[in-house]
Write a protein that binds this ligand. Structure first.
Ligand SMILES: Nc1ncnc2c1ncn2[C@@H]1O[C@H](COP(=O)(O)OP(=O)(O)OP(=O)(O)O)[C@@H](O)[C@H]1O
Length: 306
């Protein structure tokens, strides 16, 4: 059975001066027990979709179901079945760690003790600070508390909107370990992230940009479908290098990627020696053929869209 079904959803925000299309005819199916990632940059429409699924925002067009309950007609049933962690953690900054957790437990007519099993792994890490105000916690600790609050009523489905944004790399890694464990306990997880490197940690992903889904697949299939050659190129003058690479006759696209540039060329059209010759004015030149990453695939899809 599908845990989540999204059918032709569109959402616009209108002000006096402009209309913003946040979601443009989105359809998606997420299976029970899946760890599904919605990957896209700021403003892509991720939060709007999460808010519709969490029954706190109405779509203009289309429908969505969670475990067969309609997000509009059956919103009360859905609220009991989901744990929702909004983009900016929904903690009460002036309440302590323990008070926040008790508050969420009370809303769902349960207690911390009753559901301690499910959250114990996560909560144990912040329990030593249970009297500290949420506002005084580090990003990683806030994230763990927010997840504990979202889990306190034993939801079947977790909706986690950018849970790792602004969190340090160690806490990010720990958080994904926790998600893996929750998945093994049978919880379906829909998680959004702007970090492309987190895509590989999901069972399946959807790439989203400008309110449109560009592709849905296993992370490895997205990479395998990439049918171009990629070179990682660096030199002493990265700015000049980017210009030169963009002017190269075989270039399809070229963009800065960490401390090198990624050059995309039609498959088997590139002769590495000719490229090195073309770039001969560069000092400390390095040219390496590499395997594409999800980010390369995403950039290429954006290029094709435009
Ligand atoms: N309440 C609102 N009123 C007007 N525009 C909005 C509103 N909420 C979102 N938007 C706009 O809709 C588009 C999609 O925003 P959304 O928050 O859904 O994307 P996102 O992928 O979650 O990005 P972010 O991480 O920046 O929130 C953006 O252009 C955003 O500025």
């Amino acid at each position: 059975m599908n845990a989540i079904e999204i059918i032709n959803i569109s959402k616009t925000y209108k002000s006096k001066t402009k209309t913003i299309t946040a979601l443009n005819n989105i359809s998606l199916e997420i299976k029970e027990g899946e760890l599904f990632g919605l990957i896209g940059p700021d403003g892509a429409g991720k939060s709007s979709l999460f808010r519709i699924l969490a029954t706190v925002l109405l779509p203009d067009v289309g429908s969505a179901k969670i475990l067969n309950y309609d997000v509009i007609k059956n919103f009360k049933n859905i609220r009991k079945l989901i744990g929702y962690m909004p983009g900016r953690f929904s903690l009460y900054q002036d309440l302590s760690v323990e008070e926040n957790l008790k508050f969420f437990a009370t809303i769902f007519e349960t207690t911390i003790e009753e559901n301690y099993d499910l959250i114990s792994d996560i909560y144990k890490q912040i329990e030593p600070f249970k009297n500290r105000r949420a506002g005084k916690l580090s990003g990683g600790m806030k994230q763990k508390l927010a997840l504990s609050c979202a889990l306190i009523h034993k939801p079947k489905i977790l909706l986690l909107d950018e849970p790792t944004t602004g969190v340090d790399p160690v806490s990010r890694k720990e958080f994904w370990e926790i998600l893996k464990k929750l998945k093994s306990q049978g919880i379906t997880i829909l998680v959004s992230t702007p970090y492309m490197d987190e895509a590989n940690l999901c069972d399946r992903i959807a790439l989203i940009q400008n309110g449109k889904i560009l592709d849905v697949d296993l992370p490895e299939n997205i990479v395998n479908k990439f049918d171009k050659d990629i070179f990682s190129v660096a030199s002493d003058n990265m700015f000049l290098l980017l210009n030169d690479l963009r002017n190269y006759s075989h270039t399809l696209s070229c963009f800065a990627f960490g401390d090198s540039h990624h050059l995309v060329i039609e498959r088997n059209k590139a002769d590495e020696n000719l490229l090195i010759q073309y770039l001969s004015r560069h000092k400390n030149l390095s040219v390496k053929k590499i395997e594409p990453t999800i980010e390369d695939c995403f950039m290429q899809m954006l290029q094709s869209e435009n």
